[in-house]
Design a protein around this ligand. Structure first.
Ligand SMILES: Cc1cc2nc3c(=O)[nH]c(=O)nc-3n(C[C@H](O)[C@H](O)[C@H](O)COP(=O)(O)OP(=O)(O)OC[C@H]3O[C@@H](n4cnc5c(N)ncnc54)[C@H](O)[C@@H]3O)c2cc1C
Length: 350
């Protein structure tokens, strides 16, 4: 059982920044995310795009913002359960919560903050009738651990950044890489497209376009895929098929937690603290809705800050909190570090 003050569901920008605000109030956080890496939409959908409306940054790359948030919260030592979906929640008699993931990991917390964005991202799957039979038996929708593919034959299907980036990376890991895309054109960064072309030219990868995977075959595990290219069928023996067709967000199991839902979002009392209809469960960032809601990163930061003030009362009943500026109080990290502004020197002038 993982014990924490605040269990945050979602490691997007809102969930990450919440760790910082909670840390200032001496509360510990643990984050669950369905994805293998933190960053939410920024890391998964647009890591290389610049963002222009983060206060104080005229322009910041989405991936860079995630790195900076991770650096900012490091001192508060958050725990992470990645690659797992928060599936069930139970409220105990003492008002605390137990949240269990799809892999059975249990978390016990004094408050729960749902920062689940658009919901948990689920892979878009190719429409092949027997694909479910080979999931985790040769069909992988994410590259969670590239070492899984060391010295293996792999077929990657897709035409976006993920398909291009993993083709480039795995060309040095797998024994044979085939990239299949239904068009001749790829929708990705120009330098990635050029790199893939170069790898094809030097015979490091096979590139088959325009083509689609139309059949998958095997016994206990995947053994081969059949492609259709301009009316012709091509069979390729392979150990893995990695379809990278993007992700679709789904509210997922949270929809069954007894929360008030409106248009796929969780209703909160925004005038106060972004608490939901269940006391002790908060919803912050893109996942919540209230009159005037804007799905922007900076709004998620604000909501997380206010929610932390309310959670402080829950975690420290009867204790009064007086707002302190970090410029004045400095920051005491849970890792023993201290950051503070240089103190003014009192010196007489003769
Ligand atoms: C292309 C694009 C460009 C954008 N540009 C801007 C911009 O310029 N400025 C701006 O302010 N905003 C922009 N946005 C919007 C911005 O990305 C979102 O407002 C922001 O990501 C919301 O952050 P979040 O932390 O609330 O949620 P998310 O970033 O969506 O993160 C939520 C996380 O929760 C996880 N999760 C959900 N359910 C579960 C579950 N049950 N169990 C475990 N994990 C779960 C998901 O896997 C995800 O990682 C853009 C969005 C897109 C798609």
């Amino acid at each position: 059982m993982i014990e924490t003050d605040i269990l945050i569901i979602g490691a997007g920008p809102t969930g990450l920044f919440m760790v910082f605000e909670a840390g200032l109030l001496k509360m510990r956080c643990h984050i669950i995310d369905a994805l293998p890496q933190p960053g939410g939409q920024l890391a998964e959908l647009y890591p290389k795009k610049p963002i222009f409306d983060i206060p104080g940054y005229p322009s910041v790359g989405a991936g860079e913002l995630v790195d900076n948030l991770m650096e900012q919260i490091k001192q508060f030592e958050p725990g992470f359960t990645l690659n797992e979906v928060a599936e069930t929640i139970e409220k105990l008699e003492d008002g605390t919560f137990i949240v269990t993931t799809n892999r059975g990991t249990k978390h016990h917390a004094k408050a729960v903050a749902i920062a689940a964005g658009l919901g948990s991202f689920e892979p878009r799957k190719p429409e092949l009738p027997n694909i479910a039979d080979f999931e985790e038996k040769g069909v992988e929708y994410f590259v969670r651990n590239p070492e899984l593919f060391r010295d293996k034959r792999i077929v990657i299907a897709g035409g976006g950044d993920s398909a291009l980036d993993w083709t480039i990376y795995l060309a040095d890991v797998a024994s044979e890489v085939t990239l299949v895309h239904r068009r001749n054109e790829f929708r990705g960064a120009l330098d990635s497209v050029e790199k893939v072309q170069e790898l094809k030219k030097i015979g490091k990868i096979n590139l088959i376009t325009p083509a689609e995977v139309v059949e998958i075959q095997g016994g206990e595990r995947l053994e081969s895929v059949v492609l259709e290219k301009e009316g012709e069928k091509i069979k390729i023996d392979t150990d893995y098929l990695i379809p990278l067709f993007g992700l679709t967000p789904k509210l997922g199991p949270i929809a069954n937690w007894g929360l008030e839902i409106e248009k796929n979002a969780i209703k909160v009392n925004n005038a106060l603290d972004y608490q939901t209809n269940i006391e002790g469960i908060y919803a912050v960032g893109d996942i919540n809705t209230y009159p005037g809601k804007l799905k922007l990163i900076l709004c998620g930061f604000h909501e997380a800050t206010l929610a932390c003030q309310s959670i402080y009362q829950r975690v420290n009943p009867g204790k009064k909190y007086i707002l302190k500026y970090t410029t004045v109080s400095g920051i005491d990290g849970f890792d023993g570090t201290r950051k503070e502004a240089e103190k003014a020197v009192v010196k007489s002038i003769d």
